[in-house]
Design a protein around this ligand. Structure first.
Ligand code: SAH
Length: 414
């Protein structure tokens, strides 16, 4: 961060004057690696100021469409990330380090603890690092394509406290595997499962496709809105579960459903929104493009005994909804949509409007594409009745927002 500030400052033309005020140069960041990491661009900005900035950004982008409520803040914005991924690699001198990739490079900056990561997860990563020499585990050297351990990923469940460790390595033979597992679990009895993920490809993807369970069930379970979800190392799950629960409750409340309502959960991931919303709906239809996520969603539906209420389809959301609109057999009361950063496609928005649901609840992680899509929806008969930003990613510039849209052609506003 210091570094970026320096680059954007105009150098003073006066000779003998330092280009950057000395106090600024000396000011220490809360995080010793923030300049290299580039993750938390606002680590040295007070939480109040961060929230004001996010509120203003949302107002600027979507305030013209309707009322924007005050951003839902975190009581304690530190250590909110429940999934931690650490790179294991040699440094320039060939010594093993674990940490993060320096921004825009493949150099690894050592990190012992991080202000936004779960502290249990960070401690487990450090323990694994300290065990490397005694178990003769070599870290992977990308340039030489030699070595073994590439990444360690730790996931901590907020409600159940179950902990999953995923060791990502180039092959299936983990050195002294049983003793390593025994020692790691002895040092961190909270660990409920350990998985060896094999990634032998020259790729920037962290996880490979093959997995061997070394300890426990191979997955953990957590709860959101009183429902249970199974998380495997490869499934998508919001990294800030505390704020996710608030976001989902706001979205479900916006939908205002009854037991007679049918809802579409578009871009449903592992089915979380639809499954949480099933409490108040009669029927939920989830659609998700990623096969693994759709598979997890199905498992989650069954685990919560909701197979009579929630259906899951593994398809492109735009194509799925277009077919539904063309067939003309289904009626949707509510569409929940939670697309990726790129927003929804025009095909999806057209089909959504053709279905004429009474409500659309749009959950967005990228307000610029949200604004683009709102322009379309508001021109086609939908009115934004409320937007609620939720701070899911303190210290970063990312903003999540839930937006309620009601259908002007469908009678009463709620
Ligand atoms: N609603 C979920 C996931 C949101 S992330 C949650 O709250 O956890 C967005 C999801 O959209 C991802 O799971 C991604 O795989 C999925 N996705 C991306 N493009 C899609 C498309 N064209 N059709 C359906 N799903 C898509």
């Amino acid at each position: 961060m210091e570094k970026k500030r320096k680059n954007t400052k105009k150098r003073g033309p006066a000779q003998g004057r330092p280009a950057v005020a000395p106090q600024k140069k000396l000011r220490k960041s809360r995080c010793p690696v923030s300049a290299d990491c580039g993750g938390c661009t606002m680590i040295d900005v007070s939480y109040e100021t961060q929230l004001i900035g996010k509120q203003e950004k949302i107002m600027d982008l979507i305030g013209q469409y309707g009322p924007v409520e005050e951003i839902i803040r975190m009581k304690n914005p530190d250590h909110y990330r429940h999934k931690v991924t650490s790179v294991f690699a040699p440094d320039r001198r060939g010594r093993a380090v674990c940490g993060i990739y320096k921004e825009h490079s493949h150099e690894v900056v050592p990190v012992k603890s991080c202000l936004i990561e779960n502290t249990t997860a960070d401690r487990i990563v450090q323990t694994i690092y300290s065990l490397l020499p005694s178990f003769r585990i070599r870290v992977y050297d990308e340039d030489r394509e030699s070595g073994y351990l590439r990444y360690v990923q730790v996931r901590v469940a907020r409600v159940t406290h179950q902990v999953m460790v995923t060791l990502v390595a180039t092959g299936p033979t983990f050195p002294s595997r049983n003793n390593f597992v025994k020692e790691l679990v002895r040092l961190h009895p909270q660990i409920t499962t350990i998985v060896l993920n094999i990634n032998d490809r020259h790729t920037t993807m962290v996880l490979g496709e093959r997995e061997i369970v070394l300890y426990g069930k191979g997955y953990i379970e957590d709860e959101l809105c009183g429902r249970r979800f199974r998380l495997s190392s490869r499934s998508f799950f919001q990294v800030n579960p505390l704020q996710t629960e608030k976001l989902y409750n706001i979205a479900i409340d916006m939908a205002g459903m009854t037991k007679k309502s049918t809802a579409l959960d578009a871009y449903c991931g592992i089915g979380t929104i639809g499954i949480c919303a099933a409490k108040t709906a009669g029927r939920v239809i989830g659609v998700e493009l990623n096969g693994d996520a759709a598979q997890d969603a199905l498992i989650n539906v069954r685990a919560n005994g909701l197979q009579d209420v929630v259906e899951i389809y593994n398809e492109d959301a735009g194509e799925f909804l277009t077919q539904m609109a063309e067939a003309g057999k289904e009626k949707l009361d509510v569409i929940f949509m939670d697309p990726p950063r790129s927003g929804a496609t025009e095909q999806f928005l057209d089909a959504a409007v053709r279905m004429q649901p009474g409500k659309i609840v749009y959950i967005s992680c990228e307000p610029t594409t949200l604004a683009r899509d709102l322009e379309i929806l508001t021109q086609k008969g939908y009115e934004m009745t409320k937007a609620v930003p939720v701070d899911m990613f303190p210290y970063t510039r990312n903003i999540e927002v839930a937006v309620a849209l009601y259908n002007r052609n469908a009678g009463k506003k709620q």
